[in-house]
Ligand binder design. Structure first.
Ligand SMILES: Nc1ncnc2c1ncn2[C@@H]1O[C@H](COP(=O)(O)OP(=O)(O)OP(=O)(O)O)[C@@H](O)[C@H]1O
Ligand SMILES: [Mg+2]
Length: 313
């Protein structure tokens, strides 16, 4: 799995300059088979990174661009009309509608572009499908969905995801542009790249391997000791008592922090070439906190974790 992740990272680095946290978040999500939400200003390579990840991992992939009138039926395949002649009394025809499954029902990796433009009804059902990974009793091949959005609090034409929907995206990433971060060295590298190349996503060669074709049992081989679990609890307790986080201002759900967090920690150990999670791996919690706690707390997660891990060691 480590080799696969390294190859995917190489492909992301070849075409996209900077955005290391987003790249790491995407890799962790793929390894842990969790969903990702990326929010950020226009033109900051969100769609490009989501598409490249799908190409690089060589997965059966479905891209959907949401709009204000998106209907669920557009996302799950094509409906065809069937006509069957009826025998017996008077003959006639039976006309019925049949679904040829496609879209999110058959893809391993789904890119949901501009997700906050979707109307609530289609979105709720779709996200339930993504979460349960089942449709009419049949298991979906889906591994990871990557949703992108522009910031929702400003004057963009979209609506924030409600909290239950937001929580279904385990990994949450905030993307900001190289210019706005004053990252001038990387900005020059982008200009250099486009001086010499024309980017064509169809020429991107994916990694050839079958790790993603098998069930995610490799996660079960990674150990998580009692010490790491205790530190995760101490961290959550610290946020609640010292930053006054509660159900009205945060989304510290049992599903995410007691269940999904363990898979993400294991994915980090895999990325680092280890078979056991160590306290330093807790740094990945920042990818879980992005939109689940108030922004002033989210910004300080790294610092809070360093204090905590140092104190306990
Ligand atoms: N860091 C970068 N490295 C390489 N190319 C970049 C980078 N940032 C932006 N680009 C270029 O800018 C284009 C715009 O990116 P993209 O369409 O993925 O943005 P987006 O964040 O999805 O925007 P929107 O919110 O408008 O959909 C990319 O296709 C790429 O050509
Ligand atoms: Mg985009």
């Amino acid at each position: 799995m480590l080799n696969t992740a390294v190859k995917i990272k190489e492909i992301l680095d070849r075409y996209v300059v900077g955005h290391n946290d987003i790249k790491e978040g995407l890799l962790l999500a793929l390894i842990a088979r969790e969903h990702v939400y990326i929010e950020g200003a226009p033109g900051t390579a969100k769609t490009m990174l989501a598409e490249l990840t799908a190409k690089a991992a060589n997965l059966n992939f479905y891209f959907y661009q949401f709009h204000r009138d998106t209907r669920l039926s557009e996302l799950i395949g094509d409906y065809i009309i069937c006509r069957e002649p009826q025998s017996g009394n008077g003959g006639g025809e039976l006309i019925s509608q049949r679904l040829i499954p496609g879209g999110i029902l058959t893809a391993q990796l789904v890119v949901l572009d501009d997700i906050t433009r979707a109307p609530g009804e289609a979105l709720n059902i779709m996200l339930r499908l993504l979460n349960e990974r089942e449709y009419k009793g049949a298991r979906l091949p889906l591994l990871t969905a990557i949703a992108t959005s522009n910031p929702t609090q400003d004057d963009y034409y979209n609506e924030p995801l409600d909290l239950a929907n937001l929580d279904r995206f385990t990994i949450q990433l905030k993307s900001s542009g190289l210019i706005n971060r004053g990252n001038w060295e990387d900005a020059i590298s982008v200009m250099d790249y486009y001086t010499e190349h024309i980017f064509d996503k169809d020429t991107v060669e994916g990694f050839k391997g079958d790790l993603f074709q098998q069930p995610g049992r490799y996660l079960l081989d990674i150990k998580v000791g009692a010490k790491v679990k205790q530190q995760l609890i101490t961290f959550l307790e610290h946020l609640i008592t010292n930053f006054n986080l509660n159900e009205t201002n945060s989304l510290l759900t049992d599903r995410t922090f007691l269940v999904k967090a363990i898979s993400i920690l294991k994915a980090k150990a895999i990325l680092e070439g280890r078979t056991e999670v160590v306290p330093g791996d807790l740094s990945v919690l920042k990818y879980l906190m992005t939109f689940r706690v108030p922004p002033e707390v989210a910004q300080r997660i790294d610092e809070i974790l360093v204090d905590l891990v140092e104190k306990k060691n």
